[in-house]
Design a protein around this ligand. Sequence first.
Ligand SMILES: [Zn+2]
Length: 270
Amino acid sequence: MPELPEVETTRRGLAPHVEGRRITGVVLRRPDLRWPVPAEVAALLPGQTVLGVRRRAKYLLLDTAPGSALLHLGMSGMLRVLPAATPVETHDHVDLAMDSGRVLRFTDPRRFGCLLWQPAGTTHDLLAGLGPEPLADDFDGDLLFDRSRGRKAPVKAFLMDQAIVVGVGNIYAAEALFRAGIAPGRAAGAVSRERYRRLAAAVKQVLGQAIARGGTTLRDFLSPDGAPGYFEQELAVYGREGEACRTCDRRLRGAVMGGRATVWCPGCQR
Ligand SMILES: [Zn+2]
């Protein structure tokens, strides 16, 4: 599933090819993805210039004067910029044709992704109530400390709560907690301000590194197979249950917390 770094990598790859381009046509090959595609997408986008490509949480927004196309990649979605004559395949659901002679093509075999519409000056329901962006200045240890007081939920579930901070998926939560030395099952309200400061810094570090790595795949962005991937060899705990901690050599433990597989080091994380 695309996580925040993959979505940000996608945004950076698309922006130079899409920003400033006029949309000349919209082709919807299915009336619905995860949800029905609203009529505004085909009615209002043609003729509009894309003013910017933004990311909020794991959503991408293509801003135009009347509003924004709101895209989510779901489990298996992919956005590519291709020559307009590129043959259409089974799971190519949407094309936005551009005045550059290329199309922005949305492909999604499992159709958990979506294409929605946010009128200018409004905030879509899916984006309302979201916490800050993890890489923004308003996300820090003090915010985590203040919002966690009195909470008994595991700190990992707290960190993955989109109302607290967006886009910290399972992999990145596990890795950040390891770097911060915090056991994932500890009650969120029992973690000190100082430790939350380390955790916020670790979140920024792991996401920032993943985005920087994603950047290395950008040269492949325009190729049909150019999907950014994870870098498993760099993961300290995620997916390594039962293996030796690379820091202290103890055996990494695993458990299911809040429905998500979690791995941690009982030596390095308290
Ligand atoms: Zn360890």
